[in-house]
Design a protein around this ligand. Structure first.
Ligand SMILES: C[S@@+](CC[C@H](N)C(=O)[O-])C[C@H]1O[C@@H](n2cnc3c(N)ncnc32)[C@H](O)[C@@H]1O
Length: 197
């Protein structure tokens, strides 16, 4: 689901960039990657996360993908200095158009909770990871984005939402083993899960 004006303002904001840098450093502490790793960012938005991931992790390349072609165009403009190592495409995380077992890491910042069929998305993320590959994620829970105030301001799917318990179960079903996480009770989670070998 594409963002409405209110959430576009939240994510296309210098404070969000600062928050993402802090989050990505924390994720690096949870699980470093080998030099030369290949990564995918799903729901990359205007691409700041992919750019920071390239600076913080020893990646050889990152592919950024977003449902919203407008966001992909913004990312293309913003990331032109890093274009040797970044590719971008418009696409849906429930049908990732790349070969199974082809990436060492998938990043997803605030994406799954926008997806109606988020369980299929998790299955796709697991499919494209190499065995032992890492899924780094930040996700929000409905108590934050669908409470009595935010449900009138933000636009998110209403059915089959997840909090910590449902997310943990779906990760395990997809063959992704939660390695480390920081959870703000009822509000959201930052973590890394590893594709089982
Ligand atoms: C909350 S924004 C986060 C953007 C960016 N990752 C960040 O942290 O600033 C969620 C992004 O996911 C994208 N998105 C939503 N549903 C998607 C889907 N099914 N497949 C791919 N991207 C999707 C939206 O277009 C939006 O750019």
């Amino acid at each position: 689901m594409k963002l409405n004006w209110a959430e576009r303002w939240v994510v296309n904001n210098p404070l969000r960039v600062l928050q993402q840098r802090i989050q990505i450093r924390r994720l690096k502490g949870m699980m470093p990657l080998k030099p030369g790793s290949i990564a995918l960012e799903v729901g990359c938005g205007r691409g700041k996360g992919a750019g920071i991931a390239l600076e913080e992790f020893p990646l050889s390349r990152i592919l950024g993908m977003d449902l919203d072609i407008g966001m992909v165009r913004k990312a293309q403009a913003k990331l032109s200095a890093q274009r040797q190592r970044i590719s971008l495409l418009a696409g849906d995380v429930t049908y990732i158009p790349i070969r199974g077992g082809s990436v060492d890491a998938v990043f997803g910042f605030g994406v799954l909770h926008h997806v109606v069929d988020w369980r299929t998305a998790l299955g796709e993320i697991a499919r494209v990871l190499k065995p032992g590959g890492a899924y780094f994620f930040e996700e929000l829970y409905p108590a934050l984005y669908r409470n009595f105030i935010t449900r009138h301001i933000l636009l998110h799917p209403a059915e089959d939402r997840f909090s910590g318990q449902e997310l943990r179960e779906a990760l395990a079903t997809a063959g992704l083993s939660l390695k480390d996480a920081t959870e703000l009770k009822k509000l959201g989670i930052l973590g890394v899960a590893v594709k089982e070998i």
